[in-house]
Design a protein around this ligand. Structure first.
Ligand code: PEP
Ligand code: MG
Length: 595
């Protein structure tokens, strides 16, 4: 690759790691199969759209069959006969109809969900022949979807055949949750920010990612060769041999750091002056629970239960949910597992509850607001959590609370579910710990009253910063205004810890701030008892805690509370952490000689 053609682009570092490979470009306009509700009187029209798409696809397949037969003979053209059979498959058609009718959702979403369900089942089979049927099924479903919605490039995202770096305008959290970790080396997007759920998931999945690159999806072409540096938020197109060499060294240095961190993994998170910190991990998908154990976390401080509801064809019932929660507690015996009730809304939309667009979704129908409006959904989830609580140390917590009434309403539902289970003779933990998230300035201001009603509070700094600073946490254009060290945020956290402690209630932080080593001494100094972080960050945070004195952290926090700008606080805390643990500070590649 020639040195001249090397091009560097700077974005926002969303998920650490370096990778290099060929670009797989997503189509900007059709990033995902749309999901929306269809009103009852439109259901027939929706289904007849489906019929037309099937008729058109049938015509297309027959024409291709004929043309190939003429060119290369019927033996090679038979593949299209097989595709025609897939197209006419009664179960696929019938279940799609059923889903549209039962769930009142659009047909693209129904057809895609059902066909993916079957494709994945085929893929999991031992038999080579049956496994290959997944490819046929997806080929056919792509054709039908193309009829329904035009080019649907994102389908290919879930069926990459070669490990690639995915580049697109945006990836939604639900798309990210479905990425094949073996095939997606990393991803780069035009929009996004560090605390968007897409970035949070990428960190949990350990997929290197750079977001907020503005127009990368227009600048790169399919199959371009790029190097992606998720530590420093950089994408280098046509990297020179020299830069590849320098990055090779950088990766080795990083591996040395990881080896150093691995040594503290199984040691307690305790300061030099013997102050224990509960260091837990955030969990997005139940299957990642084992990874949490490996990273040496004390438990789960935040299980984002809404991921069980995304990408679903129908609402997971009580037994399905109970099984998911139970599998997590059983994977983490004798450790607390905190299930946060449903936090759909904002950037995590589900056709199961959302119809139409909201103009301000982050301020809209979200989280506890949905649960309180939909008793059926809420009580199903609470019953499932309670049933699973019989199998381990489960805790439950409520997101996005803004008032005492919301918390009391939630607690009433919890009590009602306990009474139901009691009457049915179903076992559950009657002493299950209950918590409330402090994610809105309103909740922070009344934390003393909220804390009286619960066993613990957990500060969701991702949202608290968004709502206190009036900065959309997903918007790359204003990412610079999203400042965790803003004095307003530091003072809010301080007030929350003091008032909650006065009520005898423990305080955790489960936003991304908790996993940022530079913030850890400050949070501990402000009185935070528990940190819950992305699983891969557990050893780094633990290493730092073990090099810190509580007294020093408290003195530092007291000074920070008197500072008046975020830059001042950031600089001071960076200085402290560099002094304490220079050997594990994140590495900077900006000054590599060739960049
Ligand atoms: C938060 O807001 O800090 C939080 C942990 O919740 P989420 O990131 O899922 O909104
Ligand atoms: Mg939140």
């Amino acid at each position: 690759m020639s040195q001249e053609s090397q091009l560097k682009r700077q974005g926002i570092a969303a998920s650490g790691g370096v990778c290099r490979g060929r670009v797989h470009l997503l189509d900007k306009k059709h990033l995902h199969v749309p999901q929306h509700r269809v009103s009852k009187d439109q259901l027939e029209a929706e289904l007849s759209r489906f019929e037309s798409a099937i008729v058109q696809t049938r015509k297309e397949l027959k024409a291709m069959h004929q043309s190939l037969k003429e060119k290369v003979g019927s033996q090679h053209a038979d593949i299209f006969e097989a595709h025609l059979m897939v197209l006419e498959d009664a179960a696929l058609l019938q279940e799609t109809h059923q889903m549209v009718r039962d769930n009142g959702c659009n047909v693209e979403h129904a057809y895609w969900s059902i066909s993916e369900k079957y494709a994945r089942a085929f893929e999991a089979m031992e038999d080579d022949y049956l496994r290959e049927r997944a490819v046929d099924l997806r080929d056919v479903s792509q054709r039908v979807l193309t009829q329904l919605m035009g080019q649907q490039d994102d389908m290919r995202l879930y069926q990459l055949k070669v490990p690639s770096i995915v580049v697109g305008h945006d990836l939604t959290p639900s798309m990210t949750a479905m990425l094949d970790r073996n095939m997606v080396l990393g991803f780069a997007t035009d929009v996004g920010s560090q605390t968007s759920h897409t970035a949070i998931l990428a960190r949990a999945l350990q997929i290197p990612a750079v977001v907020g690159l503005h127009n990368i999806s227009q600048q790169l072409r399919e199959d371009d060769f790029v190097l992606l540096d998720g530590y420093n938020g950089m994408v280098v197109q046509n990297p020179s041999d020299q830069i590849l060499f320098e990055y090779g060294q950088f990766i080795r240095m990083h591996e040395d750091q990881e080896a150093r961190l691995a040594k503290v993994r199984d040691l307690p998170a305790i300061t030099l002056d013997d102050h224990p910190v509960a260091l837990e991990a955030n969990l997005d998908q139940p299957e990642d629970a084992a990874a949490i154990l490996k990273q040496g976390a004390d438990g789960v401080g935040l299980f984002r239960s809404e991921y069980l509801f995304l990408n679903q064809t129908q609402w997971p019932d009580e037994a399905t949910q109970a099984q998911a929660y139970q599998s997590v507690v059983e994977t983490l015996p004798r450790r607390p597992v905190t299930i946060r009730t449903l936090d759909l809304g904002a950037d995590k939309l589900s056709h199961l509850v959302h119809s139409g667009e909201e103009s301000n979704p982050a301020l809209g129908f979200r989280a506890i607001r949905i649960s309180l409006a939909r008793e059926d959904i809420f009580q199903t989830q609470l019953r499932a959590i309670l049933r699973a609580s019989h199998h381990g140390q489960l805790r439950v917590m409520f997101p996005m609370v803004t008032s005492l009434e919301e918390l009391e309403g939630s607690l009433r539902h919890l009590e009602a579910c306990k009474a139901q289970l009691q009457a049915e003779g179903t076992p559950y933990d009657d002493d299950i710990q209950v918590g409330v998230m402090i994610e809105t300035p309103a909740a922070a201001m009344i934390v003393d009253e909220l804390a009286e009603k619960v066993d613990f509070v957990s500060i969701g700094t991702n949202d608290l910063i968004q709502y206190a600073m009036a900065v959309d946490r997903t918007n790359d254009l204003i990412a610079g205004l999203y400042q965790p060290t803003h004095p307003a945020i530091i003072r809010l956290i301080s007030q929350v810890t003091q008032r909650a402690h006065a009520a005898g209630t423990q305080v955790g932080v489960c936003g991304e701030m908790a996993g940022e080593p530079v913030m850890v001494p400050l949070l501990i100094g402000l009185g935070v008892d528990e940190l819950s972080v992305a699983p891969p960050l557990v050893p780094r945070v633990k290493y730092l805690i073990r090099r810190l004195k509580l007294e020093e952290a408290r003195d530092f926090a007291a000074k920070a509370l008197k500072m008046s700008t975020s830059a001042e606080i950031l600089q001071a805390t960076q200085g402290l952490v560099r002094r304490l643990v220079p050997e594990i500070m994140p590495m900077n590649t900006h000054d590599l000689s060739t960049l």
